[in-house]
Design a binder for this molecule. Sequence first.
Ligand code: DGL
Length: 269
Amino acid sequence: MDDRPIGMFDSGFGGLTVARALIDLLPAENLVYLGDTGRYPYGPRSLTEVRDFAHEISRWLYEHHDVKMLIVACNTAAAAALTELQDGLPIPVVGVVEPGVRSVVRATASKRVGVIGTVGTIGSGAYQRAMADVAPDVELTCAACPGFVEFVERGETRSDQVHVLAERLLEPVRAAGVDALLLGCTHYPFLARTIADVMGRDVVLVSSADETAFEVRAMLDGTALARNPTTGEGTRTWFSSGDVDVFRELGGRLLGPELDSASAVRWPA
Ligand code: DGL
């Protein structure tokens, strides 16, 4: 039985959607989360820069927090660096792209699906490749949604402005007549009400958070890497590279009571 924590990171608050699913599904596991709010958003940055951030954070989690597994809870970082991190770290590394694709393929009846994400994620082709691997018969329409992440990071998840932006950015996936839409950015579940309003009730919204947590559970279950569930609730430790007070306050609102304190990280750490 392994008491070492599971490490996870995102550019900011988005990965909290995955952390929520993980806490609910694996309450005994210890968790260390880093929100890189000092450098968000990742979406408009070059993949090379995001890859450097992903390496820096992963090394920090591994070397300073002795994590036993790493979850890249950010689509943009997973699109930029997942394979390299899997090759370079001596621990299992899980991303959010493949789990999301599996979920949306299960959800579609018409085999016409949409994926929305940051400019970096959509431009990387990661979803297009993953869909071609997992379900080549599914027709995929992708749309980048620049600006969505910034609304979430400001805590503005429902407003007329975000609705107007969503109407414009979701037009390509609406026009394609998809029956399932994958939220290919871990921030987007916080905008689910607005996105659902715009897409209409016939479109199922799919987030990768639950499927990622299920994948982690499948990897731990019955192995020496799992923490003994009878040892009680795990500890959760939260870090932010930006304003920690904002991280604790808004993070607590978005994730729930488990996020009640946060510590600062400054790069290079
Ligand atoms: N949550 C990140 C993702 O899934 C957001 C990236 C950003 O900071 O733009 O891509």
